[in-house]
Each structure stands twice: as structure tokens, then as C-alpha cells.
Design a binder for this molecule. Structure first.
Ligand code: SF4
Length: 216
């Protein structure tokens, strides 16, 4: 079996067993997703979803948040952690949208990367959700799972993104990212992956390397 065939099989199995709902940040617009993605660094989607209703009620637009009061913003997002950096970043990102993009979130990688708090991973979240499905989102869960499965050879996020792009059809890439990520959160845990109940066990290199048996 080629790596491409293996990637296709993994996509098919995870796709069949996943619901259509693959996004867990709550947002109503590209602006809200961009801000939520910045807030989601080092925390859970649930904790972001807890603070964003008040944040977007207080500051509904990029212009509003660009003029936001730093202390108040810090207070609203405090529970997401790293709140000082995040508050500066979401105000800075809003300023960048207003000053450079006419308050409209851009959908191309180069422009997104100029926005404070937005790296390649976050940019791909926005591109994949709103622009086109050719977007691979490489976060810690995704990296762990594709590595264990033997789909990639390197460990740095950019190379992983490029290697996966070669394996998975462009129209499937965004969904592939999300369902692999979910598999990492729900089955392929960092410390003790649930290999015995994993639907991908027959395709996984980790079991061969570690010698773990899924029998019994
Ligand atoms: S078999 Fe184990 S290591 Fe491989 S993907 Fe499944 S849970 Fe992860």
C-alpha cells in the first residue's frame, strides 16, 4: 500500500465515523473566528466559547475591538489564560484589520500572517473554514496522530503540512485536519492512546514500533 492509499483509507475511516459537526469554536463571522482562534492558544475551545459571547457583545466589530479598553478586554478573557498577551493580540489584530484590510478578514496566507497573533496554523483554520478546503491545520494533536500513523517523516509543523498536502486530495484537506485532530483528542491520547479500540489500529505504525497488541 502506498502512503497516499494509506492516507485515503485513514480519511475514509475517520470520515465515516465522524459527524458533520467538526468545529467546536463558536463564531458567527470570519472576524469572530479570527479572534476566537487567537484566544484558543494553550486552552480549550470550551473555555474560549465561555468568554466570547460577552466579548463580542461588548465589541461587536473589528473597529470596536480595535478601540477596546485593554483592562476591560483582559478582564473579559482572563479565564482563557495568557490573557495579557491575548488581549494585546486581539486588539492588535483588530487594529490591523481596520488599518490594512478595510475591517474585512483576508483569506490569503500572506495577508493573514501579517496579523498579530495569527500563525500558519490559525491562518489555515480561517482559510479552510471560509475560503477553500485546501488547508492543513497542524496542531499538537494532528502532529502526534499523523506521526504515529506513519504518514509523515519529519516533526516540524511546516514540513508536516507539506507532506500531508501531497497525500490527501485538496478538497478533503480541511476535513482531514479536523477529524484527525478530533481523533487525537478522543482516542489517540498523548500519554496512553486507546489503541485497543482504535479504528485505525490496522493501519498504524505506532503499534509496530511499540509492539503493543490490540488482541485481548
Ligand atoms: S492505533 Fe493507537 S497510536 Fe495508532 S492512531 Fe490509533 S490510538 Fe493512535
Amino acid at each position: 500500500m502506498t502512503l497516499k492509499e494509506k492516507g485515503e483509507k485513514i480519511f475514509h475511516l475517520l470520515d465515516t465515523h465522524s459527524s458533520d459537526k467538526i468545529e467546536f469554536l463558536e463564531f458567527r463571522s470570519p472576524f469572530e473566528l479570527l479572534i476566537s482562534v487567537i484566544l484558543s492558544a494553550q486552552t480549550t475551545d470550551i473555555s474560549v466559547n465561555r468568554v466570547t459571547p460577552l466579548l463580542f457583545e461588548t465589541y461587536p466589530t473589528a473597529l470596536d475591538l480595535s478601540l477596546g479598553n485593554l483592562e476591560l478586554v483582559e478582564k473579559i478573557i482572563h479565564s482563557t489564560g495568557f490573557y495579557k498577551n491575548k488581549a494585546r493580540n486581539i486588539i492588535g489584530a483588530s487594529k490591523s484589520l481596520v488599518e490594512n484590510f478595510n475591517s474585512i478578514v483576508p483569506f490569503d496566507m500572506d495577508s493573514l500572517l501579517t496579523i498579530p497573533g495569527i500563525g500558519r496554523k490559525s491562518a489555515n483554520v480561517i482559510i479552510g473554514r471560509f475560503s477553500h478546503p485546501g488547508a492543513i491545520i497542524v496542531d499538537t494533536h494532528f502532529m502526534r496522530v499523523v506521526h504515529r500513523l506513519g504518514l509523515v517523516s519529519k516533526k516540524d509543523p511546516y514540513t508536516i503540512e507539506m507532506e500531508i498536502k501531497e497525500l490527501i486530495e485538496e478538497k478533503k484537506q480541511y476535513r482531514f485536519s479536523m477529524i484527525v485532530n478530533l481523533h487525537g483528542r478522543r482516542v489517540c491520547f498523548s500519554r496512553t492512546p486507546s489503541c485497543k479500540t482504535c479504528i485505525l489500529s490496522h493501519l498504524c505504525d505506532y503499534l509496530m514500533v511499540t509492539g503493543i497488541s490490540t488482541n485481548g
